[in-house]
Design a protein around this ligand. Structure first.
Ligand code: PLP
Length: 396
């Protein structure tokens, strides 16, 4: 396989669009321009495209079509789930459980709720980034209304025991939300088998367009007695069952559905291929670069995620140096990688600030070739060596 012109190993931050998705979107931008709520046939055509996309996506996670609401992003879906459940259930209870390693899209809505009369328990994780179930059980209170735990972590790739978490939540009649933005399309997800009430996903992490996401809401956001368990956080027209009022981005949604379909059609093959590339990077680094360490679970991790710490150097310097060699990697999550604060996720799994600063995340993707990885592993040790030579932290 040939090396790409630019070796892009930052697929957890965002993915390039698959040309097959671009084709679908382009066609729909041209042909399906109606407002899906309009009564005329142009609008009806957009409405049919929208409903077909909803049905296709729902089937792939074993959900009902009517339980999928389209949003503008994973962040919006997370905000809708957390604030929407909190505000709707505040008479029932004001306690929420989440973890210390959530993406800011979950962490910050929780902090916002804390400033507005709710209390939040942030569960610690073990050294591999896994939630411990006894700690979850202990954190549950009489007034707990929501448990929100991510399916897989965006920085270290650890896959959480969400089936067990969902089961615990349901036994106690607590709603379970999972931020599946990183896992969706990469590992099989069945909302029934996993006891999920609310699930957030985003198209741009799976070779789809930026600006579109979804929230799965079990039973259209209603309890068995017909009472709503979630309310909208945006107020406007009646689109998306009034949960997400805005003119619906039908061409993007058609592209999202195509991206999901492709992920599912190619999931086994890609998971196998990417796991091989992932493990090749991890094993090579651990054997050839001294004072390097793997962050996250050794096996229970996303097929595309590598996160390593290199002693005595800073992740930012690695990113800048590799960029000059036409290789893209990242430090923490993309959203916080402009900040020099150590990653809250790496601190949560027990790294000290220095090891956390020396971390690099490399995430392979559908378009990563074996040659890309060979080139990366040729350049990386030279980069690490050069930076260590200059480092004031280097051991004498
Ligand atoms: N949740 C996780 C785990 C993520 O990795 C991201 C993006 O990095 C988000 C939420 C936010 O998704 P979006 O970029 O679609 O707002």
């Amino acid at each position: 396989m040939k090396k790409s012109e630019y070796v892009y190993l930052d697929n957890a931050a965002t993915t390039p669009m698959d040309p097959r998705v671009i084709e679908v979107i382009t066609r729909h931008f041209r042909e399906t321009y109606g407002n899906s709520s309009s009564l005329h046939s142009i609008g009806q055509k957009a409405g049919q495209t929208l409903e077909q996309a909803r049905k296709d996506i729902a089937e792939l996670i074993n959900a009902e079509r009517s339980d999928i609401i389209f949003t503008a992003s994973g962040t919006e879906a997370d905000n809708m789930a957390i604030k929407g459940v909190a505000f709707q259930n505040k008479k029932r209870g004001r306690h929420i459980i989440t973890s210390t390693i959530e993406h800011h899209a979950v962490e910050n809505p929780c902090k916002y709720l804390e400033e507005n009369g709710f209390s939040v328990s942030y569960l610690p994780v073990d050294a591999n980034g896994l939630i411990e179930l006894p700690a979850l059980e202990k954190a549950i209170q009489e007034d707990t209304i929501l448990i929100s735990i991510m399916t897989a972590n965006n920085e270290i790739g650890t896959i959480e025991p969400i089936k067990e978490i969902g089961k615990i939540a349901h036994e106690r009649d607590i709603l379970f939300h999972t931020d599946a933005v990183q896992a969706f399309g990469k590992i099989p997800m069945d909302v029934n088998e996993l006891h999920i009430d609310l699930l957030s996903a985003s198209a741009h992490k799976i070779y789809g367009p930026k600006g579109i996401g979804l929230l799965y809401m079990r039973n259209q956001g209603e309890r068995e007695n017909g009472k709503k368990y979630i309310q909208p956080i945006l107020h406007g027209g009646g689109h998306e069952k009034e949960m997400r009022p805005a003119t619906v981005a039908v061409p993007l949604i058609a592209g999202f559905a195509e991206a999901v379909r492709l992920c599912h059609a190619e999931m086994d093959k890609e998971a196998h291929r990417q796991t091989k590339l992932r493990d090749k990077i991890i094993n090579w680094i651990l054997t050839h670069i001294e004072d390097s360490k793997l962050n996250g679970h050794p096996t229970r991790r996303l097929p595309n995620n590598v996160n390593m710490s290199f002693k005595y150097i800073e992740g930012e310097s690695i990113v800048m140096d590799l960029d000059m060699e036409h290789i893209a990697v990242s430090t923490g999550s993309a959203c916080s990688s402009k900040s020099l604060d150590p990653s809250h996720v790496l601190l949560a799994i027990g790294l000290d600030a220095i090891d956390a600063q020396g971390s690099m995340r490399a995430t392979v993707g559908r378009f990563t070739t074996e040659e890309d990885i060979d080139y990366f592993l040729e350049v990386l040790p030279k980069t690490v060596h050069r930076l260590r030579e200059m480092s004031p932290l280097k051991k004498s």
